[in-house]
Ligand binder design. Structure first.
Ligand code: SF4
Length: 381
């Protein structure tokens, strides 16, 4: 039974220099019509794939908090009316610091939102400017203070390291500031330069002073050490939490479980099918106006692919892939199926294997993708 839903709000008031997410510039967009269409999509989808009770709802973007108060109320009302959930649900909103007025916080709280995920990236104002963010460090402190005053106890922030011009000392300072917020969860990602971004063009012209691989690896080690020192348990390659505050929603993905995805360009995984919705707003809304689900692409996941996914998604978690769960799901022993690959990875010092679980080592975490690739194409079922 599906336990999770992702809802996509593709609007942003500014476009950041590194961003390749599925988003559009807010000004002039048919936001009200989009919210209406998404309401309809939830209705159509839940009629086709009934769910009894969701355990996680995640509203991401884009920037969900770029909606005005009326639109935010409309969205919250839609979600609570259409999606089956109770007080136990982990209900997350992504937000940009500076976007969260007291009124917006009250609307979310009233609707049952109980987790906020803020796109902070760094506390260095110069770096924030240079990556095209419009908020400043002071906005983060104010936003977190207001969120706490509004009753939000489960707050996460995203940080990005290996930014152009960033030094290890900068990152250390950012982490020091981050811990003063007294919150329960941090995500720390290294910057990836994606095609079609401002940064990509600068990089091609040789004008992007990224710190380089060695500093990047040192930054990741610093993040892991500092998180550990401050009592945050690393539970995934890039995620750290106080015990009990791990993101249940993201664990759905890493546990290779199914989920709904609503909105333009959103992805879903239902009854063994991975689907993506049409991305352009007009196309997305046309489908809905015609009374059909706005599916752009779909792919039935074969048993072999499911096993691969179980490995490379599960290995992202620090607890690794459970051997028992793998056998329960696929009636196949992964220690036998992947014997050669595992032996090779053990020899390289990238993976640890016990009879209960397969886990990345610290070195393996630094090389994630290289390890994951080992499991592709092993089974042909
Ligand atoms: S606010 Fe987020 S989604 Fe929007 S452009 Fe910046 S990084 Fe991308």
């Amino acid at each position: 039974m599906i336990k999770s839903a992702y809802i996509h709000i593709p609007f942003c008031e500014h476009i950041c220099h590194y961003c390749d997410f599925n988003k559009v510039f807010l000004k002039g967009q048919p936001v009200n019509e989009y919210l209406q269409a998404m309401d309809e999509e939830m209705k159509l989808s839940l009629a086709a794939y009934p769910a009894t009770k969701l355990e996680t709802i995640f509203v991401g973007g884009g920037t969900p908090t770029s909606l005005n108060e009326k639109q935010l109320s409309q969205l919250c009302e839609s979600i609570t009316r259409r999606l089956p959930a109770d007080g136990q649900v982990e209900f997350t909103f992504e937000a940009n610091p500076g976007d969260l007025s007291k009124e917006k916080l009250a609307i979310m709280k009233q609707a049952g939102v109980n987790r906020l995920s803020l796109g902070v990236q760094t506390f260095n104002d110069e770096l924030l400017k240079s990556i095209g963010r419009v908020h400043r460090a002071s906005d983060v402190f104010r936003t977190v203070e207001h969120a706490k005053a509004a009753g939000f106890e489960n707050i996460s922030i995203d940080l990005i390291y290996s930014l152009p011009g960033q030094t290890l000392t900068d990152l250390k300072e950012t982490l020091q500031q981050a811990y003063t917020l007294d919150i329960s969860h941090y995500s720390g990602y290294s910057l990836i330069i994606e095609p079609k971004t401002v940064f990509y063009n600068l990089m091609r012209k040789g004008k992007l002073p990224t710190p380089g691989e060695d500093i990047e690896a040192a930054m990741y080690e610093l993040v892991m050490e500092e998180m550990d020192r401050h009592g945050f348990v690393q539970y995934e390659i890039s995620n750290f939490a106080k015990p009990g505050f791990e993101s249940k929603h993201n664990l759905t993905y890493w546990n290779n479980e199914e989920y709904f995805g609503f909105g333009a360009g959103a992805h879903s995984y239902i009854d063994g099918w991975r689907r993506s919705n049409s991305g352009p707003l007009k196309k997305y809304m046309e489908h809905i106006a015609n009374g059909v689900l706005p599916v752009f692409e779909e792919h039935h996941v074969s048993r072999a692919e499911k096993m691969e996914e179980e490995m490379f998604l599960g290995l992202r978690k620090n607890e690794g892939v459970s051997v028992m769960k793998f056998i329960e799901k696929f009636q196949e022993d992964p220690l036998k199926l992947y014997e050669n690959q595992l032996n090779d990875l053990i020899e390289k010092g990238w993976i640890n294997v016990s009879e209960n679980a397969m886990k990345l080592t610290k070195k393996g975490r630094l090389l994630g993708n290289e390890v994951f690739q080992s499991f592709l194409g092993v089974s042909n079922d």
